[in-house]
Write a protein that binds this ligand. Structure first.
Ligand code: VG1
Ligand code: CO
Length: 543
């Protein structure tokens, strides 16, 4: 069948951010917009021709159209075999797994993660490379450059493939295979965790509740928690993925998953409450009347990894993004393994995972995962917690309590200032950068500033260098203030202020987080002047 060369003109705004290209749906609906970006990927990743490609998304509005568009482009660029999730549904970690399993040369994932969906919401496209990881910085940079000069894209015309039915079809010479997007992922989880032990624990009457927030993890959670592990059907709620996520904001945190939080803090709560985000790579963990902050969850999983079959005797190191709490560093010290500090964004973990330097890693933004895929993995974290609960017989409160009395506690919060005028956000960053060199040695209630700099990173595996990855102000071991600009937003600029305060094991370990951090928040305002420079009296969101 004939490959058509369609003439096009570049768009100037196709620079991928922290995790792919994210824009309003309306932007992606412009003629040629998606085609240009995807063709730019095909132009930069020549090995896709003749190879296998994985395709799927979080089910949000425009997912189905985008899949048909990519299928035509894949045929136009002579991809041999495209694997598509049934209904276009594949969670981000499951897609990463499919790429690995089928030794695909890459995959396109349609997601804007937790950003709201629908005709006025957000859409996104992310390219993952062979091995399942997100395109590294040098590749996204090349793709962006290509998108600035693109003149044509290649398609094979086709009326469309039925992606709701499993089976195979052809567009031109390209084989399109629609598969169950859940099955292989479920098998992978079965290999990592002790399903028998978890099933027995559930059978003994321990209750859980998992909220899929009307997003991609519904079918995964149903299959794994209910069908395979035997949790009661009502343990998984909001399990049908909707194109607009039910009008909600599928971001698993104390604000956007409030109904679940109310249950966890209500009367007779289940032993574990959990939720994931739009594309299934984030997780929130709650016990009875307790919220486990993501940095703590990472540290607790790291400390208890040996009860999980997939990790026993094979943890070589940990990694966390720079703003993430340093709780896991202490676990690494105790176990005598290394903990790497990377820039924000999962792509920076991939080399460490590939090289076997890190086994488990995480970010403060509710992301945890391991070397089983090259994306963070929401349900993985939930199963890891379930495995630990089932194996130790302790509840979430007890696990957290003994962790804090062993290691001390890192009180932690992130304050987001969303939708700021770009100039205001830029001014805050610039002003702080100017004073940073003079801060070391200054004394505050939180202690003396021992380090203040703009974080840069040299990848220990391939030597690549990343600069400008956030401004940090460190008060020795006792506290940190970090400020950076978000790279995933679609309207205006977002500043993220990260606050961390360490309390040693003999300190007060059960304070409300906002109270424990209130003096540090005051110091942060004094130093960063966010309120003063932006006119915002308080953050838009505290997580
Ligand atoms: C945010 C988080 C970061 C995460 C990224 C993608 O990026 O801070 O930790 O990796 O989202 O996650 P930023 O640049 O807005 O701070 V997801 O679940 O949105 O793909
Ligand atoms: Co996500």
């Amino acid at each position: 069948m004939a490959v058509l060369q369609i003439a096009t003109q570049p768009f100037a705004d196709q620079r991928p951010g922290t995790s792919g290209l994210r824009k309003k749906v309306k932007v992606f609906q412009q003629p040629h917009y998606l085609e240009n970006f995807v063709q730019s990927v095909f132009d930069c990743v020549e090995e896709l021709a003749g190879a296998t490609l994985v395709l799927g998304g979080d089910g949000r509005y425009h997912n189905r159209e985008a899949i048909q568009t990519i299928l035509r482009l894949a045929a136009g660029n002579r991809v041999a075999h495209v694997i598509v999730g049934q209904g276009g549904i594949v969670s981000t970690p499951a897609a990463s797994n499919l790429i690995r399993l089928h030794e695909a040369a890459g995959g396109f994932l349609f997601t804007a993660s937790h950003n709201p969906a629908g005709p006025d919401g957000d859409f996104g496209v992310k390219f993952n490379i062979a091995g399942g990881g997100q395109a590294p910085e040098n590749l996204t940079q090349r793709i962006y450059e290509q998108s600035r000069s693109i003149q044509r894209y290649r398609v094979v015309e086709h009326p469309g493939i039925d992606i709701d039915r499993r089976g195979a079809a052809k567009i031109g010479d390209t084989m399109i295979e629609v598969i169950d997007g859940v099955a292989d992922y479920a098998k992978l989880m079965e290999r990592l965790f002790n399903f028998d032990r978890i099933a027995a624990w559930l059978k003994a009457g321990h209750l859980i509740r998992y909220d899929a927030l009307h997003a991609v993890t519904g079918p995964y959670a149903r299959r794994i928690l209910v069908d395979l592990l035997g949790a009661p059907g009502d343990a998984v709620v909001n399990a049908i993925p909707l194109e607009d996520f039910g009008g909600g904001h599928p971001d698993p945190n104390l604000v956007y998953a409030k109904p679940l939080v109310d249950i966890a803090f209500g009367k007779d709560p289940p032993e574990l409450c959990a939720a994931s985000d739009g594309d299934g790579d984030r997780n929130m963990i709650l016990g009875r009347h307790i919220f486990i902050s993501p940095g703590d969850s990472l540290a607790m999983l790291a400390a208890n990894h040996s009860v999980i079959p997939g990790y026993k005797n094979r943890v070589h190191g940990f990694a966390r993004s720079m703003p993430t709490s340093r709780a896991v560093d202490q676990v690494a010290d105790k176990l005598g393994v290394k903990c790497y500090e990377t820039p924000t964004g999962w792509k920076f973990f991939c080399n460490l995972l590939d090289a076997g330097k890190a086994t488990i890693c995480g970010e403060e933004s509710f992301g945890t995962g391991s070397d089983h895929t090259r994306e963070k993995d929401g349900l993985w974290a939930v199963l890891a917690w379930l495995n630990i609960l089932a194996e130790t017989g302790k509840d979430v409160q007890a696990i957290a309590g003994s962790h804090w009395s062993d290691f001390g506690r890192h009180y932690y919060a992130r304050h987001d200032y969303e939708a700021l005028p770009g100039a205001d956000a830029g001014a805050v960053m610039k002003e702080l950068e100017l004073v940073l060199p003079r801060l070391v040695g200054k004394q505050f209630d939180a202690g003396t500033i021992t380090q203040s700099d703009s974080f840069s990173y040299d990848d220990p595996v391939d030597g690549s260098h990343a600069e400008g990855q956030g401004l940090r102000i460190v008060f020795g071991r006792s506290a940190r203030i970090v400020l950076r600009q978000s790279g995933t937003g679609t309207s205006g600029a977002t500043l993220r202020l990260y606050l961390e305060r360490y309390e040693s094991p003999d300190g007060i370990l059960d304070q409300p987080v906002n109270i424990a951090l209130s003096p540090l928040a005051t110091i942060a305002e004094k130093i960063t002047r966010i309120g003063e420079l932006t006119g915002r009296k308080s953050p838009t969101l505290v997580t």
